[in-house]
Design a protein around this ligand. Structure first.
Ligand SMILES: *[C@@H]1O[C@H](CO)[C@@H](O)[C@H](O)[C@H]1NC(C)=O
Ligand SMILES: *[C@@H]1O[C@H](CO)[C@@H](O)[C@H](O)[C@H]1NC(C)=O
Ligand SMILES: *[C@@H]1O[C@H](CO)[C@@H](O)[C@H](O)[C@H]1NC(C)=O
Ligand SMILES: *[C@@H]1O[C@H](CO)[C@@H](O)[C@H](O)[C@H]1NC(C)=O
Ligand SMILES: *[C@@H]1O[C@H](CO)[C@@H](O)[C@H](O)[C@H]1NC(C)=O
Ligand SMILES: *[C@@H]1O[C@H](CO)[C@@H](O)[C@H](O)[C@H]1NC(C)=O
Length: 350
């Protein structure tokens, strides 16, 4: 065993799963139970703020570190990759039970920088910042599905025609279009096939030929529809969500009255329609920015990060998971310091 590997092994034994970089930043393992817990807190918090489009599920933890400020207080920084699921934000299904959108359907990926505090082992989100983009390219090929803009006239017509079809079938109640979730087109022989996914809200009408107004969000039933059409051939499948009247309080396990459902702000349908502000083809994750921690949230996940006092620039390292690196610590200039391949963590979906 040469000296280098002996030092590396010693470092491994002494330092366990973490490594010290600079005076104030500790890199933490992205695969620890602690990282998983923090990431799920971040996922749930971000979903809680996201009131349109689809819920997002954790795919991968890219980076996890602890910053100790001079006063001894600690803050955690995490970079997580989220994937869009097939559950609309109004769908009561929990994120863990929601299937993520497969790549072939043009998955949407969210990248979020999150600042968390840890109070006696309980993580809370202090601030976060996200950006989201459809993953695959939008090349046209036979059989490929690609997203099309929310204002595409043919796809919008598919949405309204298919909703009329659904309303005609239900007989009792009439639903109005609340928000388009995604519109897609597939190139097949014999012309394009269109797909529309949209959220609906119950109106005060019981039949189609009346002047219908959506009921109050707190009492109306909501649902989500999948429609597809090629020419005049239209098919639709709508799921109406149960209105929960009580929920289980996680602190007592007792039954408590449900809070009013989130008030969705529709961007693609209904009054106040503004299709442009959250992306042309997908519902972007909100960017939430807390000025008091602005130094902790980098402008983009790829840019170099600026730390709180004492300033110590961090160079982002791409270390293959199977390798260990021994490198000179630029801050102390004395002993060689071990850097472990702590991150990224395991990939949950793709
Ligand atoms: C859709 O929106 C884009 C961007 O706002 C605009 O350039 C385009 O003309 C619109 N298309 C239709 C059919 O309204
Ligand atoms: C509604 O259903 C009736 C009877 O099934 C049918 O005659 C009518 O064309 C339908 N209307 C629409 C808009 O689908
Ligand atoms: C109409 O509503 C009643 C009472 O809510 C229900 O029992 C019945 O199944 C409904 N009919 C249809 C066609 O949805
Ligand atoms: C629904 O509400 C609107 C506005 O209040 C009203 O004009 C309309 O007549 C109502 N429709 C029915 C079927 O009650
Ligand atoms: C909806 O219902 C809630 C609770 O009953 C009420 O506070 C709110 O004002 C209602 N909103 C509208 C637009 O009627
Ligand atoms: C509530 O139920 C869950 C799962 O059944 C259990 O893990 C938890 O300890 C319970 N909490 C309380 C306060 O009873």
């Amino acid at each position: 065993m040469n000296l280098l590997s002996a030092v590396a092994l010693l470092g491994l034994l002494l330092m366990g799963t973490w490594a010290q970089v600079g005076p104030s930043t500790t890199l933490l393992s992205c695969d620890s139970p602690e990282a998983e817990e923090a990431a799920l807190v971040a996922q749930d918090y971000i979903n809680g703020q996201h009131t349109h489009g689809y819920k997002y599920a954790l795919n991968k933890i890219e980076e996890f570190k602890k910053i100790t400020k001079p006063d001894g207080s600690e803050v955690y920084l995490m970079d997580v990759e989220l994937l869009e699921t097939k559950c609309h934000v109004l769908d009561p299904t929990s994120v863990s039970a929601c299937p993520v959108r497969p790549k072939a359907e043009m998955a949407v990926e969210g990248d979020c920088d999150v600042v968390l505090s840890n109070d006696a082992g309980v993580f809370s989100v202090v601030a976060y910042k996200c950006k989201s983009e459809p993953e695959s390219s939008e090349e046209l090929c036979v059989g490929c599905t690609h997203l099309i803009p929310f204002n595409d006239t043919n796809a919008q017509n598919l949405a309204s025609a298919s909703l009329e079809l659904f309303n005609n079938k239900t007989g009792n109640a009439t639903f109005a279009l609340l928000e388009i979730g995604r519109l897609a087109s597939q190139v097949v022989s014999g012309g394009p096939k269109l797909f529309a996914e949209y959220a609906i809200i119950e109106t005060n009408c019981t039949s189609l030929d009346e002047f219908c107004v959506p009921l109050n969000h707190t009492t109306a039933r909501h649902g989500f529809c999948l429609a597809e059409g090629a020419g005049l051939d239209v098919a639709v499948d709508c799921k109406i969500f149960a209105v929960p009247t009580t929920v289980v309080d996680p602190l007592t396990n007792g039954s408590v009255p449900a809070l009013p459902p989130v008030v969705l702000h529709a961007h693609t349908a209904g009054p106040g329609q503004t299709p442009s502000i959250h992306g042309l083809r997908h519902h972007k994750l909100l960017k939430i920015h807390d000025p008091s921690v602005s130094g902790l949230l980098s402008e983009s996940a790829e840019s170099a990060e600026v730390l709180a006092e004492p300033a110590a620039p961090i160079v982002k390292r791409e270390v293959p998971a199977s390798e260990m690196t021994v490198s000179e610590n630029p801050n102390t200039n004395t002993e060689p310091q071990l850097l472990m391949p702590l991150c990224p963590g395991k990939v949950k979906h793709f």
